[in-house]
Design a protein around this ligand. Structure first.
Ligand code: NAD
Length: 253
């Protein structure tokens, strides 16, 4: 991968105040992009922005709950006003929640869908207008291995992440006439977010043993896939899902 592959691109990354979103921001900045750091957690967003600036790139902090469509429009408008445009949109903001069906009430279900699906929908709706004008754009939706395989402890999360795969394919077709590429990255186990916040070290280790490569990955290993899809090296790739997962989806007998 060319280290200047994202030179002078403007990337808006939701949920980049921590975890994988921050890793995406830093790798993209290393490869030449300026970053719009969107997060509900202002402090985390400011830390990411400071790290981006230390790499010599511009950063804009936008505090927002992605589940609010009006904020999506306002954030994209601010990004265009301050940074000039949005070339790359990464719909990454999200959260894990372990619960079985009887434990999930309407509020929990609605929140899960609102953050992951509605959030991605309205950020894309806001950002794609400028991409269409320039006839160029990259949209990357962060799904999950669980959106493909299902899991017994988070049906609402699995549904939300599967919905992102549907949106990815629909948008790839809808926006292709404007040369806008839409793909998904569906990580397996990553040492960030849910696995770190919800699993004990022993449980995490046991889960890693079930992966052919015998480990979960570091956030940056997911960022390599995201940065590739954001670059012109992926200009013939659209409507696809890349799942860096250590081989977890090929485990059978
Ligand atoms: N960690 C994993 O193993 C794993 C695996 C597959 C997919 N994912 C997905 O990857 C994405 C990033 O996960 P992570 O592990 O880096 O999580 P993380 O908790 O480390 O970081 C998530 C970031 O998103 C922000 N965020 C959460 N809800 C938000 C909202 N409503 N509006 C704005 N910002 C919000 C948080 O404040 C945080 O900064 C998520 O979509 C997650 O579902 C994670």
């Amino acid at each position: 991968m060319n280290e200047n592959s994202l030179d002078d691109r403007i990337a808006l990354i939701t949920g980049s105040g921590d975890g994988m979103g921050r890793a995406h921001a830093l790798l993209m900045a290393e490869r030449g992009a300026d970053i719009v750091v969107v997060d509900v957690n202002r402090r985390g967003a400011e830390e990411t922005a400071a790290a981006v600036e230390r790499l010599g790139r511009r950063a804009l902090v936008c505090e927002a709950d992605v589940a609010e469509p009006a904020r999506a429009a306002a954030v994209v408008a601010e990004a265009v006003r301050v940074m000039g445009r949005v070339d790359i949109l990464v719909n990454n903001a999200g959260f894990g929640q372990r619960a079985t069906t009887p434990e999930i009430d309407e509020a929990a279900f609605d929140r899960m869908i609102a953050v992951h699906v509605k959030g991605a929908f309205f950020f894309t709706r806001a950002a794609v207008a400028g991409m269409k004008e320039r006839r160029r754009g990259k949209i990357i939706n962060i799904s999950s291995i669980w959106g493909m395989s299902g899991a017994p402890v988070a049906p609402h999360y699995c549904a939300a992440k599967a919905a992102l795969l549907g949106l990815t394919k629909a948008w790839a077709k809808e926006f292709a006439p404007w040369n806008i590429h839409v793909n998904a990255v569906a990580p397996g186990g990553v040492r960030s977010g849910g696995p770190i916040k919800m699993d004990s070290p022993e449980i995490l280790r046991a889960k890693e043993e079930r992966v052919p490569l015998k480990r979960y990955c570091e956030p940056r290993e997911i960022s390599y896939a995201v940065a590739f899809l954001a670059s012109s090296e992926a200009d013939f790739i659209t409507g696809q899902v890349i799942s860096p997962n250590g081989g977890e989806t090929i485990v059978g007998i």
